[in-house]
Design a protein around this ligand. Structure first.
Ligand code: C2E
Ligand code: MG
Ligand code: MG
Ligand code: MG
Length: 286
């Protein structure tokens, strides 16, 4: 009341502290690329029911010098708010394409067929983005359809430019995946207007798949839509054998989740490929 009434002055310092911590983390993030603190993990996307590797999703990690591992759930939204996501996204794409091309050269047909990269709304709106991707494909030599652009419904519906960008990526030969399907501003017309190749059904729906829930009905219904539209459906966040079994029975061909594999370094993905290691081939000659 001494400050003039109607104000909660104790609240402001806390908000200030949060803003300060945010600003410090954002400043640190701007140094992260140069300081080599960022790296990618790859989570297998598998075929049901046997679990054969069908592809991988690149997921960014940040090893902060004092806070340790910071979750992308924290720093990606931060980078989206201050625009740094454009720079960060560029690094992710370059690193994932480098890794994908390395696998392609080393393992040929046995390499992961698809490498998915998350593309944020802000990146899609960046005018030169498709041209950058085209240049990256050209210089790396990566077969374009090995690269999957994961975008969210909300990102694509954001502006007309976003949909144009998605169409341009598709024209380059990339596959387009709709990520976290069902949680955004879901609009079935997006499946008509947007050249979608893969639909990733969000974990929040998959969680309920073994019960008699509304989620289970929706997950079951989506398979009919995707089959009719010749879209691949991937179930996200599969954590149990029960869920995997139910999804398989519903007709799902692809799944991703801790039940099958956690995100892992690229070197560990190579161990899952259906190839005879070069050292063993040499052994066989003797
Ligand atoms: P997302 O694209 O939907 O990625 C899937 C997230 O679910 C990953 O979390 C993955 O580790 C987690 N996950 C996979 N299987 C399971 C499971 O069975 N159970 C549970 N509880 N979680 C599972 P992560 O790596 O923490 O990433 C979170 C989100 O951050 C991603 O969600 C994506 O939206 C964003 N993100 C991550 N890397 C990038 C990136 O390089 N660029 C952009 N723009 N966003 C990224
Ligand atoms: Mg994703
Ligand atoms: Mg997802
Ligand atoms: Mg998700």
């Amino acid at each position: 009341k001494n400050t003039g009434g109607g104000r909660c002055t104790w609240f402001d310092p806390i908000m200030d502290q949060i803003a300060d911590a945010d600003a410090r983390l954002a400043a640190d993030l701007r140094q992260a690329i140069a300081r080599d603190e960022l790296f990618l993990l790859y989570q297998p996307i598998v075929e049901l029911p046997h679990g054969r590797l069908a592809g991988v999703e690149a997921l960014i990690r940040w090893r902060h010098p004092t806070h340790g591992l910071v979750s992308p759930g924290v720093f990606i939204p931060l980078a989206e708010r201050n625009g740094y996501i454009v720079e960060l996204g560029r690094w992710v794409l370059r690193e994932a394409v480098r890794q994908a091309r390395e696998w392609e050269l080393a393992y040929g047909d046995a390499a992961p067929e698809k490498v998915s990269v998350n593309i944020s709304a802000r990146q899609l709106r960046e005018p030169g983005f498709p041209a950058e991707v085209a240049e990256l494909l050209r210089t790396s030599g990566l077969t374009p359809h090995r690269l999957v652009a994961e975008v969210t419904e909300t990102a694509v519906l954001g502006t007309g430019e976003s949909l144009d960008a998605v169409r341009a990526l598709h024209a380059l030969g990339l596959r387009i995946a709709l990520d976290d399907f069902g949680t955004g501003q879901s609009s079935l017309s997006l499946l008509v207007d947007c050249p979608v190749k893969v639909l990733k059904v969000d974990k929040s729906f998959v969680d309920g798949v073994t019960g008699a829930s509304a989620q289970a009905v929706i997950v079951d219904g989506l398979i009919g839509i995707t089959e009719g539209l010749k879209i691949e459906a991937v179930a996200e966040g599969v954590e149990t054998a029960d869920q995997a079994y139910r999804l398989h029975k519903m007709g799902y061909r692809f799944a991703q989740g801790f039940h099958f594999a956690r995100p892992m370094p690229g070197a560990d993905i190579a161990l899952l490929l259906d190839v005879v290691p070069a050292s063993r081939k040499v052994d066989n000659l003797h």
